[in-house]
Design a protein around this ligand. Structure first.
Ligand code: SF4
Ligand code: SF4
Length: 158
């Protein structure tokens, strides 16, 4: 919106009986904008395009067999400045190590992205999901199941 489009009601108040010009100014403003594309988005069904570097809720990535890529090395938990990640590793003899428990406290997280940077397996990424809402604090403590499907947690309205 340009400065010329703004009508300062108190400053430009016309003298008594001289309302026709301001009335047409107002009407012309309405008609001009009536024909332009609205900028309003119907959130939550419509959402703005997020930057590729956006850092939203975490995702634990899986391989083509659907297995977690995470090998529970603990680097992400070590580097996390908020101490938001808790991992309990598990390893069967001769088999790959994996996380028995992998928990992220999304309320502590500052979405810095260090965990994603530090992971040697590309096993944890930050997604575009930014509008998860809930009523209980405990619901923001994400376990493996929640971390595997953050897109399910996106707010889509009722
Ligand atoms: S994004 Fe940053 S604060 Fe959040 S879990 Fe990862 S390292 Fe920790
Ligand atoms: S750094 Fe990667 S592989 Fe290591 S525990 Fe974290 S998510 Fe798993």
């Amino acid at each position: 919106m340009k400065e010329t489009d703004v009508i300062h009601v108190s400053k430009d108040r016309p003298e008594k009986g001289k309302y026709v010009k301001p009335l047409f100014r107002g009407l012309s403003f309405i008609f001009k904008n009536f024909l332009t594309k609205p900028v309003t988005l119907q959130y939550p069904t419509e959402k703005t395009q997020r930057s590729q570097r956006w850092r939203g809720l975490h995702r634990l990535e899986v391989d083509e067999k659907g297995e977690l890529k995470c090998v529970a090395c603990g680097l992400c938990a070590r580097i996390c400045p908020s101490e938001a990640i808790t991992i309990i590793p598990y390893e069967e003899e001769g088999k790959t190590r994996y996380p028995k428990k992998f928990v992220i406290n999304e309320l502590r997280c500052i979405f810095c992205g260090f965990c994603q940077e530090a992971c040697p397996k590309g096993a944890i990424t930050l997604t575009e999901v930014y509008d998860y809402i809930d009523y209980n604090r405990t619901d923001f403590i994400f376990d493996i199941e929640k971390l595997k499907h953050p897109e399910k947690l996106e707010f889509k309205g009722k």
